[in-house]
Each structure stands twice: as structure tokens, then as C-alpha cells.
Design a protein around this ligand. Structure first.
Ligand code: FES
Length: 66
């Protein structure tokens, strides 16, 4: 899921009552909650998590056959 693009400038009031403001003409609001700049998108939504494929062995380098 990507951001929601809204026409700026915007003021966003967060759940704790704090206010974030952006003066940009178009503002990307984070919908994934991974952004370090939340409530604004920092493109963290592009990062993919590793697949949970089963690992061979016990997962340590020392367990590899030599
Ligand atoms: S939508 Fe882009 S970081 Fe959350």
C-alpha cells in the first residue's frame, strides 16, 4: 500500500493531539505506518519484508557442510 496524495498545504492532527504541517503543494500521507516521518510518507512502504521460506539446516554459518 502506498501513500495518499493530497493537495497541500496540510495540517495533520495526530492521535496525541500534536500537529504536523507541510507546505508542499502535494503531500504524501503515510497509510502503512512504517514511515519515520509519520504522518508523511518517506517511501518506507517500498521495503519488502523477507519471505518466510523454510531455512535449511539450523540457520548458522557453522552448520554449513564444509
Ligand atoms: S505510505 Fe509510504 S511510508 Fe507509509
Amino acid at each position: 500500500m502506498g501513500p495518499a496524495l493530497v493537495e497541500g498545504p496540510v495540517e495533520v492532527v495526530l492521535a496525541d493531539g500534536s500537529v504536523r504541517r507541510s507546505e508542499r503543494p502535494v503531500v504524501a500521507l503515510c497509510l502503512c505506518r512504517r514511515s519515520r516521518l509519520y504522518p508523511f510518507c518517506d517511501t518506507s512502504h517500498r521495503r519488502r519484508s523477507r519471505p518466510t521460506a523454510p531455512r535449511s539446516g539450523r540457520g548458522t554459518a557453522s552448520s554449513r557442510p564444509g
